[in-house]
Ligand binder design. Structure first.
Ligand code: CTP
Length: 391
């Protein structure tokens, strides 16, 4: 994140308030700065001290307290915020905001606030579906208020229905999305991720340790930054990022076919997948039985998919990865040239905090004439550095 963004979090008295403590923790980890307002009723559900401690900020609750009044609190709070989020937002507060009612610190501040407002709804299904609430939400939408829709689930009133506050991670994601610069708008990117598998027989296969974390992080951030993204993934347990089109493959051949189908469409291919370098020469059609002696499998080299697309790249940008255990720069540079790439992201997979199956990576971005050495960082931060190359 470039500079710290300040979120004014307005907390009203919905039972889902307990989830907002988790949300605050997630926002702090993402390095947002918070200011929090709670309604008096909200403070009866959770102590402001919890929010103050988790949010590392002052919690404002009272309009008419004595103390420092050199500044007009609700006006200054409204001025300082880059984004105002109401979570959980009760039907009552939604109604007041619709009609410009300013009867407490929270509603007065929202009335004085003149930038983007986000509302995460949480209420009983009947209250949500009541015509009054439906109309209020519609009116606010027309004024440009963004809603984070509630989910269907078990509610505090022991019913199952619509009205449950969205999960904290989903709300945090929406906020990230709001702040992120859409600097890749108009770009069409294919990202490959994860391992491939090559059959030995109907029940066994060869694969590798790739988890897909790096490729999925690239796909997710590219989407957030406004690009159109196709994620082509080998088997992976990671959830496909929201709104990213995905194609699942197993073998190298399936991976190559999936890229081929979309290659004309794309401006950029980022090959973060770890395709199997070898496949079994004769795949057995039936399960290979034990015989009491060793089994020898003959492996043959698989086609280099990236080199194949490097050969027909025209003006497309091609970015590959080099997973190395030794002579990192030398090996990566040779792959850059051999596969006709624009950039290669080299990482030393012998380091425990980089490479396969961890959340961090330490990479060098190598092009024909330049090596950029990045420090240890989260894979999503590495992803953004890679995506900067496309911009
Ligand atoms: N790659 C590919 N097709 C293969 C093997 C690798 O497209 N059959 C791609 C990878 O997705 C990666 C790059 O080529 O972007 C380098 O992969 P890597 O495994 O580091 O190198 P290899 O080319 O396989 O060479 P080696 O295993 O000998 O180091």
């Amino acid at each position: 994140m470039m500079s710290k963004k300040r979120i004014l979090l307005c907390v009203t008295a919905g039972i889902a308030i307990y989830k907002v403590v988790d949300l605050v923790s997630r926002l702090i980890k993402r390095e947002y700065e918070l200011e929090i307002i709670m309604t008096e009723s909200a403070t009866k559900l959770i102590s402001p001290l919890v929010f103050e401690t988790m949010g590392k900020c002052k919690v404002h609750t009272d309009m008419f307290h004595l103390g420092h009044h050199e500044e007009v609190e609700h006006i200054e709070l409204a001025k300082r915020a880059d984004l105002c989020l109401i979570a959980p937002a009760t039907a009552n507060t939604v109604a007041k905001i619709t009609y410009g009612i300013a009867d407490n610190l929270l509603t007065s501040t929202v009335l004085a606030y003149n930038r983007d407002l986000m509302i995460a709804l949480a209420m009983n299904t009947n209250m949500l579906n009541n015509k009054a609430t439906v109309e209020n939400i519609e009116k606010l939408k027309q004024r440009g208020v963004q809603f984070i829709n509630p989910e269907v689930g078990v509610l505090a009133c022991n019913t199952i229905g619509d009205g449950r506050l969205a999960e904290p991670e989903e709300i945090a994601r929406k906020i990230d999305e709001y702040f992120i610069e859409k600097d890749l708008k108009g770009k069409k990117i294919i990202v490959t991720a994860g391992p491939t598998t090559e059959r030995i027989d109907p029940v066994r296969y060869i694969t590798n340790d790739s988890s897909g974390k790096m490729g999925y992080a690239i796909a997710e951030n590219a989407k957030k930054r406004g690009a159109e993204v196709i994620l082509i993934s080998g088997p992976s347990s990671i959830e496909v990022p929201k709104e990213v089109e995905s194609i699942f493959v197993n073998t190298n051949n399936e991976l190559k076919q999936a890229i081929e189908k979309n290659f004309n469409w794309t401006d950029c291919l980022i090959m973060a997948a770890a395709p199997c370098d070898f496949k079994v020469k004769e795949v057995s059609g039936s399960k290979i039985k034990k015989t009491g002696s060793n089994l020898i499998l003959e492996l043959k080299e698989n086609e280099d998919i990236l080199a194949y697309f490097g050969n027909k790249k025209n003006n497309k940008l091609l970015i590959g990865f080099a997973a190395e255990t030794d002579s990192l720069i030398e090996n990566a540079k040779s792959k850059l040239k051999r596969k006709n790439l624009d950039y290669i992201i080299a990482n030393d997979i012998t380091k425990p905090d980089a490479g396969f199956n961890v959340d961090t990576n330490r990479v060098k971005i190598i092009s024909k004439n330049k090596i950029v050495d990045l420090p240890l960082m989260l894979k999503r931060e590495v992803a953004n550095n890679i995506l900067d190359l496309i911009k």
